[in-house]
Design a protein around this ligand. Structure first.
Ligand SMILES: Cc1cc2nc3c(=O)[nH]c(=O)nc-3n(C[C@H](O)[C@H](O)[C@H](O)COP(=O)(O)OP(=O)(O)OC[C@H]3O[C@@H](n4cnc5c(N)ncnc54)[C@H](O)[C@@H]3O)c2cc1C
Length: 557
């Protein structure tokens, strides 16, 4: 078989490259090693940080290249790479326009603030979300769309978008929220009866579905259970790739290039142990296919993995409970609970707070690692746990009792009583809570400035005064859940240039070899300027790689 381009991996990076290449008239093959398309992208929130995008005015805000550069220089410090960041900022707006005008991808504006609003140049609205999607449009391909993580939706297969919880919670307070909630539940019930599962997909699942439909409409060849295993070279250039498929190894020749987009190494225990602090204490939330294959192929081609990042993962505040089948049910404390009044988080070893609990998850994880906190306890008063949830124990009307029975949530009538159950010194924890309560009642956190900035207020309770993120823990029972470090994705990847070409150790590109998404080293070197800072660059560098291959082929013709 011979094609113009082989894309290894079917997440945001790979499928964007495939669609853009097909739009340029190239013959494209996508190989996906697992039975499902979508990778970690299909598990994700589908947010994409794409400054300069054309929807900014819809957020009521305005942006400029100067402001985003100011912000990024402040966040990244000496990790600001003008070539890579310049390529991203030049191409991100064009990628958004290309995908919306020439594929099924549709983005949705929103007002999520950047993650480090203490720096000049920050904005709300640089991240775009993906419009919901009806998988009936995918036909049979929908059976090969990776379902989201089991712990992320409601009931059997009801997917919940970023906008849903706010509306669901207000269903008894406004007619619009009631109509919205009723429509979602009725549609889900109808789908269950007719198709056996919910057909409306949202977030990263909708992004993959939209990319898949676009690829299939453009005649891209899409293979599942096809694992790229080895690159083929002619005179130092990549001219093919070996694929393991149906128990056989077959060589596919490429005229233009190979794009490595196999989603990093979250499912590779050796690489996790090497690059992820406290890997054994936490969890990777990536699916089983992300085993570092692309990075290994890049290294075998003479490339190198970047060893200079400030962090090698997108850290997340997680808690988990083992299921009967040995898998973990994991809660990502990314919204609600830890950001809201009536709770705090302490180091399990010292009983003291160590971080602004409502800050962005990357900074939370970095602080946790730097302080050597292997695990922590989130402690909440009863009304807060019922109103905002506490990990897997969702807010009212969902019952908390099953989680108490499983001992995932530990409870006691007093904070002192709780300490005996979670192994923290009683005097220390009571003093920590008392000090927190005194300031929280006044809406202040002199220790960590929780609730003082736009981001830590954004995910909190807007109706709570004087500070949406701060309130004392006063009403029994008190609940505790063990917080462990987890990572949404790995970030250490291959060294590339602004054209997404994999670089040899001497800095020269390997002809015909490109990397995008998590196989490409984090363009932020482990910092995380805003929500969507993985998928935004993944799609943009997929776009850059495809266009570079198309340009090279056109120049040769
Ligand atoms: C719960 C959760 C929420 C998240 N939310 C966001 C968010 O809102 N915004 C954001 O920016 N990031 C988010 N992330 C992170 C983000 O989803 C990933 O970093 C990103 O989607 C990775 O995209 P990718 O294309 O590099 O890899 P993937 O989407 O993982 O795709 C790689 C694919 O390659 C396949 N593959 C592996 N090896 C081979 C091989 N040898 N041959 C062929 N195929 C292979 C894999 O099976 C996989 O399907 C989230 C992550 C999680 C877990």
């Amino acid at each position: 078989m011979e094609v113009d381009i082989v894309v290894c991996g079917s997440g945001a990076a790979g499928l964007t490259a495939a669609v853009v290449a097909a739009n340029a008239g190239l013959e494209v093959l996508v190989v996906e090693s697992t039975p499902w398309f979508g990778g970690t992208t299909a598990f994700s929130g589908g947010g994409a940080w794409l400054p300069g995008h054309r929807h900014m005015a819809e957020t009521g805000s305005a942006d400029s290249r100067e402001e985003v550069e100011t912000y990024l220089r402040a966040v990244l410090g000496d990790k600001y790479d003008p070539e890579i960041i310049g390529a991203f900022l030049d191409n991100a707006p064009a990628m958004v326009a290309h995908m919306e005008d020439s594929s099924q991808v549709r983005f949705v504006a929103n007002d999520v603030p950047d993650y480090e609003p203490e720096h000049a140049g920050w904005k709300a609205g640089r991240m775009l979300l993906t419009a919901d999607f009806d998988t009936r449009l995918l036909g049979k391909l929908r059976n090969r769309l990776r379902p989201p993580r089991r712990d992320m939706g409601l009931f059997h297969s009801m997917q919940v978008s970023m906008f849903d919880p706010a509306m669901f919670k207000r269903f008894h307070k406004s007619a619009a929220a009631f109509r919205y909630t009723a429509a979602r539940f009725v549609r889900y019930l109808a789908d269950r009866l007719r198709y056996g599962r919910g057909m409306r997909v949202v977030n990263g699942n909708a992004l993959v579905a939209r990319l898949l439909l676009s690829a299939s409409e453009r005649g891209v060849t899409l293979w599942t259970e096809a694992r790229a295993s080895e690159l083929i070279f002619t005179a130092g250039a990549v001219t093919g790739v070996k694929i393991e498929r149906n128990g056989k190894s077959e060589a596919v020749d490429v005229r233009g290039g190979v794009v490595l987009a196999t989603g990093g190494f979250g499912a590779n225990p050796e690489m996790r142990t090497r690059f992820i602090p406290h890997a054994d204490y936490g969890w990777s939330l990536q699916p089983e296919g992300c085993r570092g294959d692309g990075i290994a192929m890049g290294i075998a081609a003479g490339g190198a993995i970047n060893e200079g990042n400030v962090a090698n993962g997108i850290w997340q505040t997680t808690s988990g409970y083992p299921r009967a089948d040995g898998s973990m049910e994991i809660s990502i404390h990314a919204f609600g609970d830890r950001h809201c009044p009536g709770s705090l988080i302490v180091d399990a070893a010292t009983g003291q707070r160590f971080v602004n609990e409502a800050g962005n998850y990357q900074r939370f994880g970095q602080t946790m690692h730097k302080a050597g906190v292997r695990y922590a306890w989130m402690i909440s008063e009863a009304p807060a746990a019922r109103k905002y949830g506490i990990g897997l124990a969702k807010p009212w009307p969902f019952p908390i009792r099953p989680w108490l029975r499983k001992n995932y949530v530990v409870a006691d009538r007093t904070i002192a009583g709780l300490t005996g159950k979670i192994g923290i010194d009683s005097g220390v924890l009571c003093a920590t809570v008392e000090q927190f309560n005194r300031n929280a009642a006044l809406g202040m956190d002199p220790q960590f400035q929780r609730g003082a900035d736009a981001y830590s207020r954004y995910n909190a309770d807007p109706d709570h005064k004087p500070n949406p993120s701060l309130g004392p823990l006063r009403t029994a029972p008190f609940y505790a859940v063990q917080i462990r470090p987890g990572e949404l994705s790995t970030l250490a990847g291959l060294v590339t240039n602004g054209k997404a070409q994999v670089l040899r150790q001497d800095g020269r590109p390997v002809p015909g070899l490109y990397a995008a998404g998590l196989d490409n080293n984090s363009i932020w070197s482990g910092h995380y300027p805003g929500g969507g800072c993985s998928i935004g660059p993944a799609m943009t560098f997929g776009y850059i790689a495809a266009r570079h291959i198309a340009g090279t082929l056109a120049a040769r013709a």
